[in-house]
Design a protein around this ligand. Structure first.
Ligand SMILES: Cc1cc2nc3c(=O)[nH]c(=O)nc-3n(C[C@H](O)[C@H](O)[C@H](O)COP(=O)(O)O)c2cc1C
Ligand code: SF4
Length: 560
């Protein structure tokens, strides 16, 4: 069934994209679920109403509950632990009715907290007086947009910055492409192998393997997809790259397109990052004007175009198969693999799908060569890595380090340590390990160090859990997050996340109730072993870490 839907979606093509129309249809009222809209969308796309309704009712910003919402308060882990959102919510009620205030997760303003979205602009760290000026429209729209742009603290610990380097202008930046095209695909494959670059989206999959698999796959039509759905609370690495280094991502996608023989590249950018969408669109327009996109790029026989697709609020769309289903206008449920996207990806055509930061590394491989790139970092985790830190650090921001750098160099030497007493950090998003701070000394920023110690580097966003933040509340937040974001395809995750949240909530509310430890461990083992993807399968890790390392604090909530 879903294969037929992919075929229908493909027939309509990228320019009349079903999902984009859904997002557009919700622009005025905040929802696309009313009968007339669903009927119109379905007729335009030649599918049944149930298919369209199944999709639109899934997304936070298209579903019925979103209707009439005017301002959205971030409820991600970093803002939660900063305890900034309760007062923000109260301050907002001076300007909005309760029913006009919605929630959003996460805006990637973790370094400032107190984050919210209003009229397609993100804000953070604003005082009550500043809120008044924003909502009273004291300044004009352009001024507002500029003032709302994220200001990052960015530091590179490399002698020569790579991912954070200054942009020299389009001509100089894209010049290495010419040489690459002249040398041919075989040469690039060798450089990619030599570079040992592994995907930065979380799994650390070798890039050359993925790219070559797509190149070898049969098919006239192929796609390059950039996963810019960075949904992990605490991570704003991809947001930084899109807003401050947009061409690094676009160049990587063009190289991928040329290597695999693809004609189209799509950046799926989450709606929570409106500035990223605007800035990437501008960079694409600049490239077109410079003649570096479109027909016969650099006089070669390679033609390639790029477009962005705006998401609609669904964490699971960061999972690659759900992301592809989303672009096709289907309900974004995780698909069983194999077949992998390199063989059956977007519209079931061969597709290279990589993370933003992964693509951003390509120019360095072209300019310095694979071996030199591999010399940065460790034997198995090569190259530079960006780490993002939340507002509990003295100098929160984006740090560029070589893979293999001690984690304490980032947290202590570069970021200046914690502003307030912190008991644990969570690295790699809500599915990443939860480490007591004493363990920071034992880890280095690379895939192996984290996995050997039983954690995950993931995308390397760091959220702090302060001493005075109850660990039981954090565990409930993790279950709640999973329950909210589960795609519902497999029942261990769909039901297990809700049951977990209920157990914790009951133990917090009812002094006479304690959780049976066997029950909670059974639940976590079931989630871990039987979920289809790493959402249901991953959330037990931080919860088990919390139960192990914070046993004393959590004892009152569990039977002995
Ligand atoms: C629940 C879930 C959420 C994910 N979210 C993201 C995401 O926001 N960004 C991302 O690049 N990868 C995410 N991934 C990983 C992707 O499925 C995929 O492995 C990755 O985009 C591949 O790119 P890479 O090889 O460059 O890492 C997620 C995976 C899961 C299971
Ligand atoms: S684990 Fe959760 S998110 Fe993943 S496929 Fe199953 S229901 Fe969907």
């Amino acid at each position: 069934m879903s294969k037929n839907l992919s075929a229908i979606s493909f027939r309509k093509g990228m320019d009349q994209n079903h999902f984009e129309r859904m997002v557009k249809a919700a622009e005025t009222t905040g929802t696309a679920t009313d009968q007339e809209t669903v009927r119109a969308l379905s007729e335009a796309h030649l599918v049944g109403d149930a298919i369209t309704l199944g999709a639109v009712s899934f997304y936070d910003f298209l579903k019925k509950e979103n209707e009439g919402k005017k301002v959205f308060v971030c409820n991600g882990s970093a803002c939660l632990c900063a305890k900034s959102q309760q007062t923000l919510q109260t301050d907002l009620t001076e300007h909005f009715k309760e029913e006009e205030i919605g929630h959003i997760c996460c805006l990637g303003r973790c370094h400032e907290a107190r984050a919210f979205q209003y009229q397609d602009q993100n804000y953070s760290g604003k005082s009550n007086a500043e809120l008044k000026s924003i909502f009273n429209n004291d300044s004009d729209a352009a001024e507002n947009a500029d003032a709302a742009l994220d200001q990052y603290h960015v530091e590179s610990a490399l002698d020569t910055p790579i991912l954070t380097a200054d942009f020299p202008g389009i001509d100089e930046y894209y010049a290495p492409l010419k040489k690459c095209f002249q040398a041919g695909q075989k040469d690039l494959l060798k450089e990619l192998k030599d570079s040992k670059l592994r995907g930065r989206g979380g799994a650390g999959f070798p890039l050359h393997f993925k790219w070559d698999s797509c190149r070898e796959a049969e098919g006239e039509i192929k796609y390059i997809v950039c996963n810019a759905d960075e949904g992990d609370p605490g991570a704003y690495i991809d947001k930084y790259l899109m807003e401050k280094q947009p061409h690094s991502v676009l160049l990587g996608m063009i190289v991928a397109g040329w290597f695999a023989g693809a004609q189209t590249g799509v950046l799926y950018i989450r709606a929570e990052y409106p500035d990223s969408i605007r800035i990437i669109n501008k960079a694409i327009a600049d490239l077109k004007e410079a003649g570096m996109l479109g027909e016969n790029i650099f006089g070669s026989d390679f033609s390639f175009d790029l477009k962005t697709i705006k998401g609609a609020g669904a964490y699971i769309c960061g999972e690659e198969t759900a992301l592809l289903a989303s672009i096709e206008g289907q309900r974004p449920e995780v698909r069983v693999r194999p077949p992998f996207p390199t063989v059956e990806g977007l519209f079931r055509k061969p597709t290279i799908l990589n993370n933003v930061e992964t693509f951003a590394n390509l120019r360095a491989i072209l300019t310095m060569g694979g071996e030199a790139f591999a010399a940065i970092g460790t034997e198995k985790s090569s190259g530079p890595k960006l780490v993002s830190l939340d507002s509990h650090f003295v100098r929160p921001g984006i740090y560029e380090v070589a893979m293999g750098t001690p984690l304490s160099v980032v947290t202590d030497d570069l970021a200046g340590g914690f502003k307030v007493p912190v008991k644990a950090i969570q690295v790699g998003g809500p599915l990443g390990g939860l480490l007591p701070v004493a363990i920071i000394e034992e880890l280095t920023v690379d895939f192996e160090s984290f996995s050997t110690a039983g954690f995950l580097l993931g995308h390397a966003g760091i959220v702090c859990i302060p001493e005075n933040f109850p660990m039981i509340e954090y565990i409930e937040h993790l279950f709640q997050f999973t329950a909210d974001e589960s795609c519902g395809k497999c029942f261990p995750c769909r039901l297990g996340s809700v049951r977990g949240q209920e157990l914790i909530a009951k133990a917090r509310k009812d002094d006479n109730y304690q959780i049976d430890p066997i029950l909670i461990h059974d639940l976590l083992d079931t989630l871990q072993q039987t979920s289809l993807c790493a959402l249901g399968g991953g959330v037990p890790l931080p919860i088990k870490n919390a139960l192990q390392y914070f046993e004393d604090e959590l004892r009152p909530y569990f039977k002995s």
